[in-house]
Design a protein around this ligand. Structure first.
Ligand SMILES: Nc1nc2c(c(=O)[nH]1)N[C@H]1C(S)=C(S)[C@@H](COP(=O)(O)OP(=O)(O)OC[C@H]3O[C@@H](n4cnc5c(=O)[nH]c(N)nc54)[C@H](O)[C@@H]3O)O[C@H]1N2
Ligand SMILES: Nc1nc2c(c(=O)[nH]1)N[C@H]1C(S)=C(S)[C@@H](COP(=O)(O)OP(=O)(O)OC[C@H]3O[C@@H](n4cnc5c(=O)[nH]c(N)nc54)[C@H](O)[C@@H]3O)O[C@H]1N2
Ligand SMILES: [Mo]
Length: 679
């Protein structure tokens, strides 16, 4: 008899879809979108539809493994007991040697965003103060910016975007990274909305928009400020703005003294006439919605860019407007019971996730000796890969718990195989829409795979067996109960539930206000929208949203490399068939630039800079400027060809206040190009 189970896609993605699987005789047969979840709306992206193959993929690791020498690929199968014993003894050995648990480090991020995956953090807290990767490689700058302006990081219900008459998609590519939102955008278009896409190149979303505004990378803050100045001149300022804001006059003086439309046109690459027309359309259309994506803030001025866009929204009176606003994301439904915050009061040693290798190498008293990577693939996704390799050589033990032998697993001593979300319980929230749901297991764990929670219990049990009292994390329990317990009183209240069990039948939507800042009561210290933010000033930034230029390419690396997210991947997780992968990345180049380097379509070339060298194949793209090259991170057969060899750890301006560390300014990666004649 076929059976149905409910799941939530746990990937780091806006859509966080509700899925229904069908199993037959204990085998996962198919997955479809849940029709009663009105965001997923019965549809799934091609990646999720690929899940069945991924679960049963021959490359999925089903048993614990030990590697004789790092990067040798010489793996041997070990039993769970052997693996747990090796790890627990290493932990206790370090503790004895240093009289401290700080040499034990955890680096976890977004392979699976479900609440159950915090288990590794709970385990580490049970061991004692340890070294942790904090912050985010993703969105930190924008979060701080919105926290300065609005007081908290919230967004309107994205389903409300259908009510907008004007939608600006700014540094976001939902046609690839949030496909369900595209349906809502198309609904808005059907009801007469105009969609404008601001991007550095003709993205998949730009081609589906009414208008594409091509902006020079990192200059959007100036574009927003120039539009603010037009609003001012053309008298499109919300007449009530001063009633609910702080610092409006100072901001207007700043615009008057510092912002010049012609200069802005020069810097941003957007004609002054276009800037003017865009600003007027934005000023006179209500409701007008801006969606600012994560691509936009991956710069050393990324936080300032978001503050400038927030100010534009406020000045035109779009904040708090139903179907309008400036929307970036939210944390509102992430109030899990055992979530650990990156608080400065934490006894842990906190290393910026974006400078992890550098900072770990600098730890001397005591050093970092043991590294555990969970739901994390830094040797593919991070910067400073040479330093990562140096760090790896210095460590006593590296443990990776993952589904596949990733680039990072190549560095591991011990690999612990994890279950997929079809094999464990979980609880998932979105950072975009308001739905929260339980993920139930549909099949038994494949082979000897274990959920991250079970692995954490097992390690604690082994530690306590070897040295009673050495870990306060539980040694066993019920996965379902642990997951349900994560529905904190706040979360239950938001979901309108009295008991956690009530969420078991179907996902629930939080009853948050569908319009962020409706009533224009803000969470800032002043209770108003803060053009002038004393909190920003206290954190070392200008109090007003200001244009501070991003870095420009240096002479020896004259091309900016952008690597936005690929339709068939979730970061390093590939959903491509093996025949769709190629043996090197494709780099998109302006044809004239290609000509300068005597390159034509299909040629092999190398991108290089002081960090590394990457072999690429040329793909001509006439829509690109001459100083920007793009690689969409599709899969390659050889993991050693990891794209991030070209990246160094440049960090964003903002991010520390909300996430504990600044973000990753990955769009300030500069490269040089040369033709390869062989092959
Ligand atoms: N060049 C470049 N680099 C980037 C980016 C970019 O755009 N360009 N984007 C950056 C951004 S925005 C982000 S968020 C980061 C993301 O970087 P990471 O957080 O490292 O994300 P992933 O590559 O999605 O996943 C990491 C690992 O989690 C594993 N995993 C999946 N499910 C589970 C599970 O249930 N349990 C366990 N234990 N493991 C699991 C996956 O197999 C994968 O190997 O990368 C950043 N790096
Ligand atoms: N299919 C798929 N979906 C994903 C992911 C994935 O890897 N694949 N990753 C998930 C994760 S971790 C994240 S963070 C989100 C990211 O999803 P998005 O928020 O869409 O962000 P990005 O794809 O990084 O970049 C979006 C766009 O910003 C543009 N951009 C870059 N610099 C600038 C600039 O200076 N100005 C302007 N105006 N535009 C600029 C890029 O060219 C790109 O088209 O997607 C999530 N969803
Ligand atoms: Mo991300």
């Amino acid at each position: 008899m076929p059976q149905k189970h409910y799941h939530i896609c746990p990937r780091n993605c806006y859509d966080t879809c509700s899925m229904i699987s069908t199993t037959s005789n204990g085998v996962l047969v198919s997955v479809e979108g849940n029709p009663s979840h009105d965001y997923t709306n019965g549809k799934l992206c091609p990646k999720a539809l690929h899940d069945v193959k991924k679960v049963y993929s021959p490359s999925r690791i089903r048993h614990p493994l030990r590697q004789k020498h790092r990067f040798s690929g010489d793996w041997e199968r070990i039993t769970w007991d052997e693996g747990l014993d090796l790890i627990a003894r290493a932990i206790l050995g370090i503790k004895n040697k240093y009289n401290s648990t700080l040499p034990i480090a955890l680096n976890k991020y977004s392979g699976n965003f479900g609440a159950l995956h915090n288990a590794m953090e709970w385990l580490f807290s049970g061991i004692g103060p340890t070294t942790r990767a904090i912050g985010s490689p993703c969105w930190s700058a924008g979060i701080d910016a919105q926290a300065f302006d609005f007081g908290r990081f919230i967004c309107s219900d994205p389903q409300n975007m259908a009510k907008a008459k004007l939608i600006w998609l700014w540094g976001v590519n939902p046609a690839w990274t949030a496909i369900h939102q595209m349906s809502i955008i198309f609904d808005a278009i059907d009801q007469g909305a105009t969609v404008v896409c601001f991007d550095t190149h003709l993205s998949a979303t730009a081609v589906r928009s009414h208008r594409f505004v091509q902006v020079k990378p990192g200059s959007d803050g100036l574009l927003a400020l120039a539009m603010c100045k037009v609003l001012l001149k053309e008298n499109f300022i919300d007449p009530k703005i001063k009633d609910y804001s702080v610092g409006c006059d100072e901001f207007i003086s700043y615009l008057n003294s510092e912002i010049d439309l012609e200069e802005a046109a020069q810097t941003t690459g957007v004609k002054s006439e276009t800037i003017k027309n865009l600003a007027i359309a934005y000023g006179q259309t209500h409701p007008a919605c801006i969606w600012v994506g994560f691509g936009l803030q991956r710069y050393t001025n990324g936080g300032q860019t978001l503050r400038a866009i927030d100010a534009l929204g406020a000045l035109a009176g779009h904040i708090g407007e139903e179907g309008g606003g400036v929307n970036y994301g939210h944390f509102e439904t992430w109030q899990f019971t055992d979530t650990q915050q990156s608080q400065s009061t934490s006894p842990n040693r906190r290393l910026n996730i974006n400078r992890f290798a550098t900072e770990a190498l600098n730890c001397t008293d005591p050093p970092v000796n043991l590294l555990w990577l969970s739901g994390r693939n830094p040797l593919s996704q991070d910067s400073d890969l040479k330093l990562w390799h140096k760090l790896v050589q210095q460590l006593d033990l590296i443990v990776v718990n993952d589904l596949f032998l990733t680039s990072s697993a190549e560095a591991a001593d011990i690999f612990l195989p994890a279950t997929t979300h079809y094999e464990h319980w979980d609880l998932n929230s979105s950072y975009w829409h308001y739905w929260v749901g339980i993920n139930e297991p549909a099949i038994s764990p494949l082979g000897e795979t274990k959920s991250d929670l079970e692995i954490a219990w097992n390690i604690s049990a082994k530690l306590n067996e070897l040295e009673p009292g050495s870990c306060s994390f539980p040694t066993h329990g019920s996965e379902k109960e642990t997951v349900l317990r994560q529905l904190s009183p706040t979360l239950l209240r938001q979901l309108g539930l009295s008991e956690p069990e009530e969420i078991l039948s179907q996902p629930a939507k939080a009853n948050l206000s569908p319009t962020a800042w409706s009533g224009r009561k803000f969470a800032t210290p002043s209770g108003r929208f803060e053009f002038f933010s004393a909190t920003a000033a206290a954190a070392g930034f200008p109090a007003l949203p200001s244009y501070l230029p991003a870095q420009q390419p240096p002479g020896d690396a004259p091309l900016r490399l952008l690597t936005p997210h690929h339709t068939s991947m979730i970061n390093s997780q590939s959903y491509l068939e093996s025949d769709q992968t190629s043996n090197c990345y494709k780099v998109q180049l302006n044809p004239q630039l290609a000509q300068d380097y005597k390159l034509k379509e299909g040629d092999l070339a190398e991108l290089f800079n002081e960090s590394g060298i990457l072999q690429v194949r040329v793909l001509l793209d006439p829509t690109l400027p001459r100083d920007v090259v793009i690689i969409y991170r599709g899969a390659t057969q050889q993991q050693s060809l990891d794209l991030n060899v070209l990246f160094r750890s440049t960090t964003t301006d903002m991010g520390t206040v909300s996430t504990g560390a600044p973000g990753f300014a990955l769009n300030e990666t500069f490269v040089n190009l040369r033709k390869l004649t062989k092959r």
